[in-house]
Every structure is written in C-alpha cells, then in structure tokens.
Design a protein around this ligand. Structure first.
Ligand code: CAA
Length: 387
C-alpha cells in the first residue's frame, strides 16, 4: 500500500521586509544578505498572527478539497507554542470543525517537529488506511532586532494531508535518523527570542546531513545520481546550498546540473518567505513541486534538521498528475499581495508582537477576509476568529 502526501497548504502573513532595505539599515553590503545568506525578503508576523492562526490558515488552503470525516489524527509541530499545556491542534481542530474523535496533540523538537509528526502520521495511515492525518508545522522565527540572526527570521506555516494512495508524493519506507544532545540553537522558557550559536549550528547541520545521507544511500543501495532532487531544511537558503554542494561533490556533470537546478527551484519560496522553522523543509518541497522539472516516479530525497539536534533523511516518489493538487497561482498571490514594510515599521511591529497580550484588549487584523487571526485574550484564554 502507498502512503504519502496528498495535499500541501501553506500560509505566510501579509507583510514583509526587503533584505536590501534591511542591509542598508544595518550598514551591511546587500550582497551579504542576498548572496552570502541567500535571502531576498522575509515575512513579518504582527501581533494578530501566531503559530495557531497561521496553522489554521495553511490548512484552510486545501480543506474544501478533502473529506473531513476521514481525518483521524491532527498533529501540530511548533517551537513557537502559544501555551505550555494545551496543544495548538485543539485550537485548529475547533476552527476547522473537525470531528471530536480526531486524536489531536502537539510535538516539539525544534525545526524537526513537522517531520516528527509526518513519521507518526505515516505509521498511523499504514495501520488505518481508510483514515487520513493532518500534520502542521507553524512558526515565527525571531532572533531579535540588530542580531546576526535577524536576516534569517520569517513567519509561516505548512500543512500536509497524509493519506493512502496519495496524489502528490509516495513516501518510501525506511529512513536514516541521527541525534546528539548539543546546544546549537534553543529558546529557554523565559525568552521570546531564540538563542543560537550560528556558525556551530551550520557545522552540525552539515555533519548530520553527511551522516544521514550516506547512511540512507548505503541502507537502500542507492547512489546520488539516483535522486532527481534533494530538498533540505532551509533556515536560510545558503545553508541548503552548502549541503547540496556536499551531495554533488565528485558526481558526474549531468547529476551536478540536475541537482543544482532542482535546488534552485526548491529555494524560491524560502528565499522570499524566510525561516519558518518546522515548515521550512516542506516549503522548499512545495517550491520544488511548483518550479522544478519533475516527472512521475522521480525519486526525491528529503533532509530534515532540528537543532538540539535531530536529523533525518528519507525519500519519496513523485505521483503522476501531482501538479493538479497544487495551487501555484494561489501561492504566488499570497506573496505578491504582501505589504512591503519600511525597516522602521518592521521594528515597531516586531517589538509590539513581543508584548504579552492584555486581557479584554481586542486585536484587529488587517489580513484578507476568511483568514484566521489571534484576536486577544479574555480571562487569559486565547481567542481566534476569522476576518
Ligand atoms: N557578498 C557576498 N557574500 C558575502 C558578502 C558579500 N558582500 N559578505 C559576506 N558574505 C558571505 C560570507 O562569506 C558568508 O558566506 P559563507 O557562509 O559561505 O562563508 C556569509 O555571507 C555569511 O557571512 P558571515 O558568516 O560573516 O555572517 P554572520 O556572522 O552575520 O552570520 C549566520 C550568519 C551564522 C547565518 C547568522 O545569520 C545566524 O546565526 N543565523 C541563525 C542561525 C541559523 O539559522 N542556523 C541554522 C540552523 S538552526 C535551525 O535550523 C533552527 C532550528 O532548528 C530551529
């Protein structure tokens, strides 16, 4: 039985900062941000968009195409959790009016959270092929104003529907996982901003990539040239480029060209949205599906990484007719409609969004109609509503 990704929905908030403007404001050469880091724009979440509202909005992108009564599992992966106890899944389940019998919970392991959920969902669907699972990754990456990590921020969510006989990607059984207890990136409970040892995190990411990629190829008796494309967790696109260079080192010219072209296609959305932590790998997958040159049966490798640190390499095959399941025009419109912020406006919105919400102060969203948003708290209870 084939199990895999049947639907992909993504959402990013309606504001962005241009990296050229940010570079000028920070007295940096714009090419450092555009080429050295590989980012062009970054989405900015105001106080009315959080991990939950973005996760609802991402799932709404495909909800009317699926049979809601078949959903048996809803997993929410995030490192921007809105509550220490209640899971984001329950807010999402309620907004989407899913059945009370759905098993709903949240998972955490930095940027690995969506992959963790996907692996659980895959096993669930193999055991219950008549049911489906929604897996969401939703995050706001915040390193802080005027920090080295500032250029690698972003906000957004990716939601996947996992099912039997999927219409986008068939997941192959087996994987290579690797973890170590290290401190490359973390966010203590008393901080709204991430702590990061940026250079170390890059090194660990590349080491874990080499380890899991080589181990996976050995396990499956595969060679690099067997892959039509490899997609990477992309906290910033230069990081994936470094891993891709490792993957193609010493390979023939055709493999080199193919994997470089597919990488270019796969980084397009990420370069314009920024880091969305848990959703980053899957935003890159969507970018590849929309901009790459894939055909039915093509083998795609996926490298997931979460600081702390946990990595996994696995693969999937492209399903015939996958293009029909993807809303490329809608995805492009989401980016095109964003409002460009000046750096001053971005700094103000960023700082306001860090403030704790006050009871009974209603927040008003400027998102389009139909979009969910965080409307403030009443009796310390978070309120979500649609525009
Ligand atoms: N033109 C072109 N390139 C230029 C340039 C110019 N004018 N000026 C500099 N560059 C290049 C540099 O040569 C360098 O390239 P290489 O990486 O190829 O050497 C690149 O631009 C960056 O320059 P620096 O290393 O000097 O940049 P920096 O000190 O400002 O830090 C950073 C960069 C480490 C990525 C920093 O932005 C950071 O800490 N970001 C956050 C860390 C991060 O995202 N880590 C990812 C793993 S953690 C993760 O994924 C999160 C998770 O699990 C939750």
């Amino acid at each position: 039985m084939k199990v895999g990704i049947d639907q992909i929905g993504y959402f990013t908030p309606n504001k962005y900062v241009d990296m050229v403007d940010l570079a000028h404001a920070r007295n940096q050469d714009p090419n450092k941000f555009l080429i050295g880091i590989g980012q062009s724009k970054m989405s900015v979440a105001d106080a009315t968009q959080d991990a939950v509202s973005m996760g609802i909005n991402a799932t709404l992108r495909y909800l009317n195409k699926i049979n809601k009564s078949k959903v048996g599992l809803l997993i929410f992966g995030t490192e921007s959790s809105v509550d220490q106890s209640k899971s984001g899944s329950l807010f999402v389940k309620s907004a989407l009016k899913l059945d009370p019998s759905v098993r709903a919970f949240e998972v955490k392991e930095a940027c690995f959270g969506l992959t963790a959920g996907l692996m659980i969902a895959q096993d669930f669907v193999r055991l219950h092929p008549d049911q489906t699972a929604i897996v969401i990754g939703s995050d706001i990456a915040r390193y802080g104003l005027k920090t080295a990590g500032e250029v690698t921020q972003g906000a957004g969510s990716v939601s996947l529907l996992i099912s039997s006989n999927p219409r986008i990607l068939e997941l192959n059984e087996g994987h290579s996982a690797y973890s170590e207890d290290i401190n490359d990136f973390w966010r203590p409970n008393n901080s709204k901003l991430a702590k990061v040892d940026g250079k170390y995190s890059t090194q660990v990411y590349l080491d874990f990539f080499k380890h899991t990629f080589n181990d996976y190829k050995e396990q499956k008796n595969l060679e690099t040239k067997d892959f039509a494309a490899i997609v990477y967790h992309l906290p910033f696109t230069k990081m994936g480029l470094k891993a891709n260079r490792i993957a193609i080192e010493g390979e023939d010219e055709e493999t080199n060209a193919r994997l470089m072209d597919s990488f270019t296609a796969a980084k397009e959305l990420n370069a314009n949205v920024g880091n969305i932590y848990t959703g980053s790998l899957y935003l890159s997958l969507l970018s590849l599906l929309e901009n790459g040159d894939l055909k039915a049966g093509d083998l795609t490798g996926l490298f997931s990484y979460g600081s702390g640190a946990m990595a996994e390499f696995y693969s999937a095959n492209v399903v015939e007719g996958y293009e029909k399941q993807i809303d490329k025009a809608g995805d492009e419109a989401l980016l095109a409609k964003r409002k460009k912020l000046s750096v001053d406006e971005y700094e103000r919105i960023f700082s306001e969004a860090l403030e704790d919400p006050k009871n009974d102060v209603e927040l008003v969203s400027d998102e389009d109609s139909g979009k969910y948003y965080f409307a403030g708290i009443k009796d310390d209870i978070r309120q979500y509503q649609a525009k």
